[in-house]
Design a protein around this ligand. Structure first.
Ligand SMILES: Nc1ncnc2c1ncn2[C@@H]1O[C@H](COP(=O)(O)OP(=O)(O)OP(=O)(O)O)[C@@H](O)[C@H]1O
Length: 331
């Protein structure tokens, strides 16, 4: 199978001495051409650092990467022409109109005047932005602005498109809209998309294949179905009426026959069980016996959260919060 991206053994450390932060500890993966590939991980996992290396904005301490058949270390200029990049922060000019932004982008990439017009029309139409094209973009909604960022990145017809957390900050409707656009990019143009996200459901919905990154390392790789299918059985999730009883609840659940790993995320506990329906009565009885009242109980098939829990040893949401707190302290 042909790969649009091949990364191997990427290592990156920021800073020196006591203040050094190891962001990547040997990240590697391969992205099949024409697919949407997800880089899923909690805050601070190393997704943006990986993306920056693949887009030539940063260099690794060691390791190698080939994007669209080009080596990022020795052919960075050619890589930049072969890719489109949508960073986390908006990159359009808010004081210019949508059309002006696209025209400027076309000039930067050296497109001809007529191509700039045709390609601009095509993208404005495709992203539903044609009616607003003459308005300055600071007056656009968040969803429209995000679509413009993607349109700008596609202006020069890249072979690989990098989207760094494309739906962060969007409301649910704009997010669903963006999901449809991202799927359309691979289907209509055959562009390979590498998407970073810390939304489990986004990776599940969009990615043909994905890697889960945790603390600078790939901890799991596969299609969402493969990853979830790799976990046997069901997951029972209980929400405690009193979060202070976390320890008592965990001890009681772990002792129930048929229960595997138990993860804790605040007032919620997840237990891996062989058969949810068969294990539930014993589990509820154990909690009642331990004097732990519940707010709710759910039995579900494994989710990507369970996959993460299995490989990283903690729940995705608690890792996400911890990463965010660490980043805030660092900033
Ligand atoms: N310029 C920098 N200087 C120092 N540390 C950095 C720098 N950039 C990132 N880091 C640290 O490297 C680690 C990985 O960060 P990175 O931004 O790649 O993670 P991420 O998965 O993209 O997180 P987020 O979802 O919050 O963007 C974190 O611990 C972060 O604080």
């Amino acid at each position: 199978m042909q790969h649009a991206i091949e990364a191997e053994g990427l290592v990156k450390t920021y800073g020196k001495g006591a203040k050094a932060v190891r962001a990547l500890s040997g990240v590697g993966f391969a992205v099949p051409s024409g697919t949407v590939f997800g880089l899923l991980g909690p805050n601070g996992a190393g997704k943006s650092t990986t993306t920056k290396i693949l887009t030539t904005l940063s260099t690794p301490d060691s390791g190698s990467a080939v994007v669209a058949g080009l080596d990022v270390a020795t052919q960075p200029g050619r890589v930049r022409h072969a890719i489109g990049y949508v960073p986390q922060k908006p990159c359009f000019d808010p004081t210019a109109t949508g059309r002006e932004n696209l025209t400027l982008q076309g000039h930067i990439y050296g497109l001809s005047r007529s191509d700039i017009r045709t390609r601009g029309d095509q993208l404005l139409e495709r992203f539903g932005l044609a009616d607003a094209a003459h308005r300055v973009t600071k007056t656009w909604s968040g969803g429209m602005q995000r679509k413009l960022d993607v349109a700008l990145a596609l202006m020069h017809r890249p072979r690989v498109l990098f989207l760094d957390e494309p739906t962060t900050g969007l409301d649910p409707e704009a997010r669903a809209d963006m999901w449809a656009e991202i799927s359309g990019v691979t289907q209509a143009d055959g562009v390979t998309v590498l998407l970073t996200t810390h939304y489990l459901e986004e990776a599940d919905h969009l990615a043909d294949r994905l890697v889960i990154i945790d603390r600078g390392q790939v901890v799991a790789e596969g299609t969402p179905e493969e990853l979830k299918g790799g976990l046997d059985g069901d997951t029972v999730q209980v929400e405690l009426a009193d979060p202070g009883q976390q320890l008592a609840a965990r001890t009681a659940i772990a002792a129930v026959r048929g229960v595997g790993e138990v993860g804790v995320d605040g007032a919620r506990l997840h237990a891996s069980v062989g058969n949810g329906a068969a294990t539930l009565p014993g589990l509820l009885a154990a909690l009642e016996g331990a004097g732990v009242p519940l707010a709710s109980v759910t039995v579900a098939r494994p989710s990507l959260d369970d996959v993460y829990l299995r490989h990283a040893g903690r729940s995705f949401h608690s890792a996400d919060r911890a990463g965010l707190a660490a980043t805030e302290v660092a900033a």
